[in-house]
Design a protein around this ligand. Structure first.
Ligand code: DI6
Ligand code: FE
Length: 424
Protein backbone atom coordinates (compact mmCIF):
# COMPACT_ATOMS: atom_id res chain seq x y z
CA UNK A 1 0.00 0.00 0.00
CA UNK A 2 1.47 3.34 -0.98
CA UNK A 3 1.77 6.27 1.39
CA UNK A 4 -0.98 8.25 -0.38
CA UNK A 5 -3.32 5.34 -0.24
CA UNK A 6 -2.97 5.00 3.50
CA UNK A 7 -3.87 8.66 3.89
CA UNK A 8 -7.14 8.27 2.09
CA UNK A 9 -8.01 5.09 3.92
CA UNK A 10 -10.61 5.11 6.69
CA UNK A 11 -9.33 4.89 10.27
CA UNK A 12 -11.44 1.84 11.11
CA UNK A 13 -13.88 -0.49 9.38
CA UNK A 14 -16.23 -2.79 11.31
CA UNK A 15 -17.55 -5.72 9.26
CA UNK A 16 -20.31 -8.29 9.63
CA UNK A 17 -22.25 -6.15 12.09
CA UNK A 18 -25.97 -6.14 12.79
CA UNK A 19 -26.55 -2.39 12.55
CA UNK A 20 -29.50 -0.83 14.39
CA UNK A 21 -29.18 2.61 12.80
CA UNK A 22 -32.47 4.24 13.91
CA UNK A 23 -32.17 6.23 10.69
CA UNK A 24 -35.41 6.17 8.69
CA UNK A 25 -38.63 4.39 9.56
CA UNK A 26 -37.74 0.73 8.94
CA UNK A 27 -37.86 -1.33 12.16
CA UNK A 28 -34.79 -0.28 14.17
CA UNK A 29 -33.35 1.04 10.87
CA UNK A 30 -31.81 -2.45 10.76
CA UNK A 31 -29.00 -3.39 8.35
CA UNK A 32 -27.96 -7.07 8.55
CA UNK A 33 -24.46 -8.15 7.48
CA UNK A 34 -23.54 -4.50 7.63
CA UNK A 35 -20.31 -2.52 7.54
CA UNK A 36 -19.54 0.79 9.19
CA UNK A 37 -16.46 2.94 8.61
CA UNK A 38 -15.11 5.48 11.11
CA UNK A 39 -12.87 8.33 10.00
CA UNK A 40 -11.68 11.44 11.81
CA UNK A 41 -14.34 10.97 14.47
CA UNK A 42 -17.26 10.63 12.06
CA UNK A 43 -19.09 7.82 10.35
CA UNK A 44 -17.59 7.85 6.86
CA UNK A 45 -19.60 5.02 5.30
CA UNK A 46 -22.41 2.68 6.37
CA UNK A 47 -24.33 0.01 4.48
CA UNK A 48 -24.46 -3.65 3.59
CA UNK A 49 -21.06 -5.33 3.43
CA UNK A 50 -21.51 -6.40 -0.16
CA UNK A 51 -21.96 -2.76 -1.21
CA UNK A 52 -18.48 -1.76 0.03
CA UNK A 53 -16.61 -0.07 -2.83
CA UNK A 54 -13.44 -2.18 -2.48
CA UNK A 55 -11.75 -4.97 -0.52
CA UNK A 56 -11.83 -4.09 3.22
CA UNK A 57 -8.04 -4.04 3.61
CA UNK A 58 -7.78 -1.51 0.80
CA UNK A 59 -10.40 0.69 2.41
CA UNK A 60 -9.28 1.01 6.04
CA UNK A 61 -6.19 1.00 8.24
CA UNK A 62 -7.89 -1.21 10.85
CA UNK A 63 -10.46 -3.84 9.92
CA UNK A 64 -12.43 -5.86 12.44
CA UNK A 65 -15.10 -8.51 11.91
CA UNK A 66 -17.87 -8.49 14.50
CA UNK A 67 -19.36 -11.91 13.79
CA UNK A 68 -22.90 -10.58 13.63
CA UNK A 69 -22.71 -8.56 16.86
CA UNK A 70 -25.22 -5.74 17.29
CA UNK A 71 -24.02 -2.15 16.84
CA UNK A 72 -26.15 0.83 17.90
CA UNK A 73 -25.59 4.56 18.22
CA UNK A 74 -24.01 5.50 21.55
CA UNK A 75 -26.81 5.76 24.10
CA UNK A 76 -27.89 9.23 25.24
CA UNK A 77 -29.08 9.76 28.82
CA UNK A 78 -30.99 13.02 28.44
CA UNK A 79 -32.19 13.54 32.05
CA UNK A 80 -29.97 12.96 35.09
CA UNK A 81 -29.15 14.54 38.44
CA UNK A 82 -25.94 12.54 38.54
CA UNK A 83 -23.83 15.04 40.52
CA UNK A 84 -24.78 15.13 44.21
CA UNK A 85 -23.18 14.70 47.63
CA UNK A 86 -23.85 11.69 49.85
CA UNK A 87 -26.70 9.32 49.09
CA UNK A 88 -30.04 8.39 50.67
CA UNK A 89 -29.57 4.65 51.13
CA UNK A 90 -30.06 5.13 54.87
CA UNK A 91 -33.51 6.65 54.26
CA UNK A 92 -34.40 3.76 52.00
CA UNK A 93 -33.45 1.42 54.82
CA UNK A 94 -35.39 3.41 57.44
CA UNK A 95 -38.53 3.51 55.28
CA UNK A 96 -38.47 -0.21 54.71
CA UNK A 97 -38.15 -0.62 58.45
CA UNK A 98 -41.35 1.30 59.00
CA UNK A 99 -40.32 4.97 59.29
CA UNK A 100 -42.70 7.43 57.65
CA UNK A 101 -41.66 10.15 55.18
CA UNK A 102 -42.64 12.69 57.81
CA UNK A 103 -40.35 11.16 60.43
CA UNK A 104 -37.52 11.08 57.91
CA UNK A 105 -38.10 14.69 56.87
CA UNK A 106 -38.20 15.80 60.52
CA UNK A 107 -34.86 14.06 61.03
CA UNK A 108 -33.42 16.23 58.25
CA UNK A 109 -33.91 13.69 55.46
CA UNK A 110 -35.29 13.96 51.96
CA UNK A 111 -34.10 16.38 49.31
CA UNK A 112 -32.75 18.75 51.99
CA UNK A 113 -30.28 16.09 53.13
CA UNK A 114 -28.92 15.88 49.56
CA UNK A 115 -28.65 19.68 49.45
CA UNK A 116 -26.74 19.69 52.75
CA UNK A 117 -24.42 16.90 51.62
CA UNK A 118 -23.80 18.61 48.27
CA UNK A 119 -23.05 21.96 49.91
CA UNK A 120 -20.67 20.27 52.35
CA UNK A 121 -18.74 18.39 49.64
CA UNK A 122 -15.58 19.84 48.08
CA UNK A 123 -15.31 19.90 44.30
CA UNK A 124 -12.86 16.95 44.50
CA UNK A 125 -15.25 14.92 46.66
CA UNK A 126 -18.22 15.65 44.41
CA UNK A 127 -16.16 14.77 41.37
CA UNK A 128 -14.88 11.50 42.81
CA UNK A 129 -18.29 10.15 43.80
CA UNK A 130 -20.02 11.36 40.64
CA UNK A 131 -17.29 9.78 38.50
CA UNK A 132 -18.25 6.33 39.79
CA UNK A 133 -21.83 6.85 38.64
CA UNK A 134 -20.84 8.27 35.27
CA UNK A 135 -18.51 5.31 34.75
CA UNK A 136 -21.36 2.89 35.42
CA UNK A 137 -23.54 4.60 32.79
CA UNK A 138 -20.67 4.63 30.29
CA UNK A 139 -19.93 0.95 30.89
CA UNK A 140 -23.53 0.23 29.84
CA UNK A 141 -23.24 2.22 26.62
CA UNK A 142 -23.89 5.91 27.41
CA UNK A 143 -21.82 8.33 25.29
CA UNK A 144 -23.80 11.55 25.84
CA UNK A 145 -25.03 12.51 29.29
CA UNK A 146 -27.21 15.37 30.48
CA UNK A 147 -26.51 16.48 34.06
CA UNK A 148 -28.57 18.98 36.07
CA UNK A 149 -27.59 21.20 38.95
CA UNK A 150 -30.20 21.66 41.68
CA UNK A 151 -28.73 20.22 44.89
CA UNK A 152 -26.64 23.31 45.59
CA UNK A 153 -29.33 26.02 45.55
CA UNK A 154 -26.80 28.80 46.16
CA UNK A 155 -24.50 30.32 43.56
CA UNK A 156 -21.28 28.70 44.78
CA UNK A 157 -22.72 25.22 45.17
CA UNK A 158 -24.64 25.28 41.88
CA UNK A 159 -21.45 26.41 40.14
CA UNK A 160 -19.50 23.57 41.78
CA UNK A 161 -22.05 21.01 40.54
CA UNK A 162 -21.91 22.32 36.98
CA UNK A 163 -18.11 22.49 36.96
CA UNK A 164 -17.99 18.87 38.14
CA UNK A 165 -20.43 17.91 35.36
CA UNK A 166 -18.19 19.48 32.72
CA UNK A 167 -15.12 17.85 34.23
CA UNK A 168 -16.75 14.40 34.11
CA UNK A 169 -17.12 14.76 30.36
CA UNK A 170 -13.46 15.67 29.94
CA UNK A 171 -12.28 12.89 32.26
CA UNK A 172 -14.27 10.13 30.56
CA UNK A 173 -14.08 11.42 27.00
CA UNK A 174 -17.88 11.53 26.71
CA UNK A 175 -20.22 14.46 25.94
CA UNK A 176 -21.88 16.15 28.91
CA UNK A 177 -24.74 18.65 28.46
CA UNK A 178 -25.56 20.72 31.53
CA UNK A 179 -28.94 22.02 32.70
CA UNK A 180 -29.35 24.68 35.39
CA UNK A 181 -32.03 23.55 37.86
CA UNK A 182 -31.93 26.33 40.45
CA UNK A 183 -35.72 26.03 40.79
CA UNK A 184 -35.52 22.44 42.07
CA UNK A 185 -36.43 23.02 45.73
CA UNK A 186 -36.69 25.96 48.09
CA UNK A 187 -33.46 26.04 50.15
CA UNK A 188 -34.08 25.95 53.93
CA UNK A 189 -32.65 29.46 54.49
CA UNK A 190 -35.34 30.85 52.14
CA UNK A 191 -38.27 28.89 53.58
CA UNK A 192 -40.19 32.09 54.39
CA UNK A 193 -38.80 34.13 51.46
CA UNK A 194 -39.96 32.31 48.34
CA UNK A 195 -40.09 35.31 46.07
CA UNK A 196 -36.57 36.32 47.08
CA UNK A 197 -35.21 32.92 46.13
CA UNK A 198 -36.95 32.93 42.73
CA UNK A 199 -35.53 36.41 42.09
CA UNK A 200 -32.06 35.26 43.11
CA UNK A 201 -32.23 32.30 40.71
CA UNK A 202 -33.58 34.33 37.78
CA UNK A 203 -31.69 37.59 38.21
CA UNK A 204 -28.36 36.52 39.67
CA UNK A 205 -27.58 32.82 39.57
CA UNK A 206 -28.68 32.03 36.01
CA UNK A 207 -27.07 35.05 34.33
CA UNK A 208 -23.79 34.50 36.25
CA UNK A 209 -23.54 30.78 35.49
CA UNK A 210 -24.58 31.28 31.86
CA UNK A 211 -21.85 33.91 31.46
CA UNK A 212 -19.33 31.34 32.71
CA UNK A 213 -20.40 28.93 29.97
CA UNK A 214 -21.71 26.41 32.50
CA UNK A 215 -25.32 26.26 31.27
CA UNK A 216 -26.51 24.51 28.10
CA UNK A 217 -30.23 24.56 29.03
CA UNK A 218 -32.57 25.70 31.81
CA UNK A 219 -34.88 23.36 33.76
CA UNK A 220 -37.31 23.70 36.69
CA UNK A 221 -39.43 21.45 38.93
CA UNK A 222 -42.96 22.73 38.24
CA UNK A 223 -45.00 20.95 40.90
CA UNK A 224 -47.08 21.46 44.05
CA UNK A 225 -43.99 20.58 46.11
CA UNK A 226 -41.73 22.48 43.70
CA UNK A 227 -42.42 25.77 41.90
CA UNK A 228 -45.55 27.30 40.40
CA UNK A 229 -46.29 27.99 36.77
CA UNK A 230 -45.79 31.72 37.36
CA UNK A 231 -42.39 31.18 38.99
CA UNK A 232 -41.40 28.87 36.14
CA UNK A 233 -42.52 31.41 33.56
CA UNK A 234 -40.35 34.06 35.16
CA UNK A 235 -37.34 31.74 34.83
CA UNK A 236 -38.20 30.91 31.21
CA UNK A 237 -38.41 34.62 30.35
CA UNK A 238 -34.88 35.09 31.68
CA UNK A 239 -33.66 32.00 29.78
CA UNK A 240 -35.18 33.43 26.59
CA UNK A 241 -33.39 36.71 27.18
CA UNK A 242 -30.11 34.84 27.56
CA UNK A 243 -30.77 32.74 24.45
CA UNK A 244 -30.88 29.45 26.40
CA UNK A 245 -33.26 26.57 25.58
CA UNK A 246 -35.69 25.38 28.26
CA UNK A 247 -37.08 22.06 29.46
CA UNK A 248 -39.31 21.16 32.41
CA UNK A 249 -40.08 18.58 35.09
CA UNK A 250 -43.81 18.59 34.37
CA UNK A 251 -46.91 16.68 35.40
CA UNK A 252 -45.02 14.20 37.62
CA UNK A 253 -47.28 14.25 40.66
CA UNK A 254 -50.12 16.50 39.48
CA UNK A 255 -51.26 18.40 36.36
CA UNK A 256 -50.16 22.04 36.57
CA UNK A 257 -50.25 22.41 32.78
CA UNK A 258 -46.46 22.62 32.75
CA UNK A 259 -46.10 20.82 29.42
CA UNK A 260 -48.10 23.56 27.66
CA UNK A 261 -45.93 26.18 29.37
CA UNK A 262 -42.66 24.66 28.20
CA UNK A 263 -44.15 24.18 24.71
CA UNK A 264 -45.06 27.88 24.66
CA UNK A 265 -41.31 28.58 24.95
CA UNK A 266 -40.56 26.04 22.17
CA UNK A 267 -38.95 23.90 24.90
CA UNK A 268 -36.69 20.97 24.14
CA UNK A 269 -38.58 18.56 26.40
CA UNK A 270 -41.20 18.00 29.07
CA UNK A 271 -40.16 15.27 31.47
CA UNK A 272 -41.96 12.69 33.74
CA UNK A 273 -45.56 13.39 32.49
CA UNK A 274 -47.55 10.73 34.36
CA UNK A 275 -50.35 13.31 34.86
CA UNK A 276 -50.16 14.85 31.36
CA UNK A 277 -53.50 15.48 29.63
CA UNK A 278 -54.46 15.80 25.99
CA UNK A 279 -54.24 19.61 25.79
CA UNK A 280 -50.63 19.46 27.00
CA UNK A 281 -49.91 16.76 24.43
CA UNK A 282 -51.36 18.92 21.64
CA UNK A 283 -49.18 21.83 22.73
CA UNK A 284 -46.09 19.61 22.75
CA UNK A 285 -46.90 18.21 19.31
CA UNK A 286 -47.28 21.72 17.94
CA UNK A 287 -43.97 22.90 19.39
CA UNK A 288 -41.91 19.79 18.65
CA UNK A 289 -41.26 19.30 22.37
CA UNK A 290 -40.00 15.80 23.22
CA UNK A 291 -41.73 13.72 25.94
CA UNK A 292 -39.06 12.31 28.27
CA UNK A 293 -40.30 9.30 30.25
CA UNK A 294 -38.54 8.32 33.47
CA UNK A 295 -39.47 4.79 34.55
CA UNK A 296 -36.84 4.72 37.31
CA UNK A 297 -38.72 7.34 39.34
CA UNK A 298 -42.06 5.64 38.57
CA UNK A 299 -40.63 2.39 39.92
CA UNK A 300 -38.88 3.77 43.00
CA UNK A 301 -41.93 5.83 44.04
CA UNK A 302 -44.19 2.81 43.38
CA UNK A 303 -46.25 5.14 41.19
CA UNK A 304 -49.31 3.59 39.58
CA UNK A 305 -50.46 6.35 37.24
CA UNK A 306 -49.03 5.65 33.78
CA UNK A 307 -47.84 8.33 31.35
CA UNK A 308 -50.29 8.70 28.41
CA UNK A 309 -48.25 6.69 25.91
CA UNK A 310 -51.14 5.93 23.52
CA UNK A 311 -52.02 9.63 23.20
CA UNK A 312 -48.38 10.61 22.73
CA UNK A 313 -48.21 8.11 19.88
CA UNK A 314 -51.47 9.34 18.40
CA UNK A 315 -50.22 12.93 18.36
CA UNK A 316 -46.78 11.86 17.12
CA UNK A 317 -44.92 13.40 20.02
CA UNK A 318 -41.36 11.99 20.00
CA UNK A 319 -40.73 9.90 23.13
CA UNK A 320 -37.36 9.72 24.90
CA UNK A 321 -36.40 7.62 27.92
CA UNK A 322 -33.82 8.51 30.59
CA UNK A 323 -32.55 7.31 33.97
CA UNK A 324 -33.38 10.45 36.03
CA UNK A 325 -30.39 9.23 38.07
CA UNK A 326 -30.82 10.98 41.45
CA UNK A 327 -30.36 10.07 45.14
CA UNK A 328 -34.02 10.39 46.13
CA UNK A 329 -36.39 8.97 43.56
CA UNK A 330 -34.29 7.16 40.96
CA UNK A 331 -30.90 5.79 42.03
CA UNK A 332 -30.63 4.10 38.63
CA UNK A 333 -27.25 3.53 36.98
CA UNK A 334 -28.18 1.82 33.72
CA UNK A 335 -29.87 3.56 30.79
CA UNK A 336 -30.31 0.19 29.13
CA UNK A 337 -32.32 -0.94 32.17
CA UNK A 338 -34.37 2.29 31.99
CA UNK A 339 -35.25 1.34 28.40
CA UNK A 340 -36.25 -2.16 29.54
CA UNK A 341 -38.39 -0.68 32.33
CA UNK A 342 -40.06 1.64 29.79
CA UNK A 343 -41.13 -1.52 27.94
CA UNK A 344 -42.27 -3.51 30.95
CA UNK A 345 -43.84 -0.69 32.99
CA UNK A 346 -45.02 1.75 30.27
CA UNK A 347 -45.57 -0.77 27.45
CA UNK A 348 -43.28 0.93 24.93
CA UNK A 349 -42.14 -1.43 22.23
CA UNK A 350 -38.41 -2.25 22.37
CA UNK A 351 -37.99 -0.19 19.21
CA UNK A 352 -39.72 2.81 20.81
CA UNK A 353 -37.64 2.46 23.97
CA UNK A 354 -34.40 2.23 21.97
CA UNK A 355 -35.33 5.19 19.76
CA UNK A 356 -35.99 6.87 23.11
CA UNK A 357 -32.39 6.46 24.27
CA UNK A 358 -30.86 7.33 20.87
CA UNK A 359 -32.46 9.46 18.18
CA UNK A 360 -35.23 11.04 20.30
CA UNK A 361 -32.89 11.60 23.25
CA UNK A 362 -30.54 13.49 20.91
CA UNK A 363 -33.43 15.62 19.78
CA UNK A 364 -34.42 16.37 23.39
CA UNK A 365 -30.95 17.83 23.89
CA UNK A 366 -31.08 19.81 20.66
CA UNK A 367 -28.31 17.67 19.13
CA UNK A 368 -28.60 16.66 15.47
CA UNK A 369 -25.11 15.19 14.99
CA UNK A 370 -25.76 11.96 16.92
CA UNK A 371 -28.40 9.43 17.93
CA UNK A 372 -28.44 7.61 14.59
CA UNK A 373 -25.88 5.64 12.61
CA UNK A 374 -25.58 7.51 9.31
CA UNK A 375 -22.76 8.89 7.17
CA UNK A 376 -21.57 12.23 8.53
CA UNK A 377 -22.79 11.63 12.11
CA UNK A 378 -20.33 11.60 15.01
CA UNK A 379 -18.86 8.12 15.39
CA UNK A 380 -20.51 7.51 18.81
CA UNK A 381 -21.40 3.83 18.83
CA UNK A 382 -21.63 0.70 20.94
CA UNK A 383 -20.73 -2.84 19.95
CA UNK A 384 -22.87 -5.17 22.07
CA UNK A 385 -22.54 -8.74 23.28
CA UNK A 386 -25.94 -9.28 21.73
CA UNK A 387 -27.26 -10.06 18.28
CA UNK A 388 -30.69 -8.38 18.16
CA UNK A 389 -31.83 -4.94 19.30
CA UNK A 390 -34.67 -6.21 21.52
CA UNK A 391 -32.09 -7.97 23.71
CA UNK A 392 -30.95 -4.60 25.02
CA UNK A 393 -34.36 -4.14 26.65
CA UNK A 394 -34.93 -7.81 27.42
CA UNK A 395 -31.90 -8.67 29.59
CA UNK A 396 -32.27 -7.24 33.08
CA UNK A 397 -28.75 -6.46 34.30
CA UNK A 398 -25.59 -8.09 32.99
CA UNK A 399 -22.68 -6.55 31.12
CA UNK A 400 -23.70 -6.29 27.51
CA UNK A 401 -21.69 -3.36 26.16
CA UNK A 402 -18.53 -4.78 24.55
CA UNK A 403 -16.95 -1.65 23.11
CA UNK A 404 -17.99 1.98 23.37
CA UNK A 405 -16.68 4.54 20.88
CA UNK A 406 -17.01 8.30 21.20
CA UNK A 407 -16.11 10.33 18.11
CA UNK A 408 -14.31 7.25 16.80
CA UNK A 409 -12.22 6.74 19.97
CA UNK A 410 -12.58 3.65 22.13
CA UNK A 411 -13.61 4.87 25.61
CA UNK A 412 -14.68 1.61 27.23
CA UNK A 413 -14.15 -2.04 26.46
CA UNK A 414 -14.97 -5.41 27.92
CA UNK A 415 -14.03 -8.94 27.00
CA UNK A 416 -15.84 -9.89 23.80
CA UNK A 417 -18.31 -12.67 24.10
CA UNK A 418 -19.15 -14.02 20.70
CA UNK A 419 -22.81 -14.28 21.48
CA UNK A 420 -25.48 -12.84 23.66
CA UNK A 421 -26.34 -14.26 27.10
CA UNK A 422 -28.68 -16.70 25.35
CA UNK A 423 -25.73 -18.70 23.99
CA UNK A 424 -24.98 -21.88 25.96
N1 DI6 B 1 -38.31 15.16 40.62
C1 DI6 B 1 -38.00 14.14 41.41
O1 DI6 B 1 -38.63 13.14 41.54
C2 DI6 B 1 -36.71 14.42 42.03
N2 DI6 B 1 -36.44 15.74 41.57
C3 DI6 B 1 -37.37 16.12 40.74
O2 DI6 B 1 -37.34 17.20 40.18
C4 DI6 B 1 -36.58 14.27 43.49
C5 DI6 B 1 -35.18 14.60 43.88
C6 DI6 B 1 -34.82 14.13 45.26
O3 DI6 B 1 -35.65 13.61 46.02
O4 DI6 B 1 -33.63 14.26 45.59
FE1 FE C 1 -35.48 14.70 37.37
Amino acid sequence: VSADMSETRWDRLLLNATLATFAGDAPYGLIERGAIALHHGRIAWIGRMEALPDAPDMLASAVESLDGALVTPGLIDCHTHLVFGGDRANEFDLRLNGASYEEIARAGGGIVSSVNATRAASEEQLFAQSLQRARALLADGVTTLEIKSGYGLDLESERRMLRVARRLGRELGISVRTSFLGLHALPPEYSDRRADYVALVCDEMLPALAAEGLVDAVDAFCEGIGFTREETRRLFERAKQLGLPVKLHAEQLSDLDGAALVAEYAGLSADHLEHLGESGIRAMAGAGTVAVLLPGAFYALRETRLPPVALLREHRVPIAVATDCNPGTSPLLSLRLAAGMACTLFRLTPEEALRGVTVNAARSLGLSDRGTLAAGQRADLVVWNAGRPAELCYWIGGSLARKVYVAGELVSRRKPSRRSPSAS
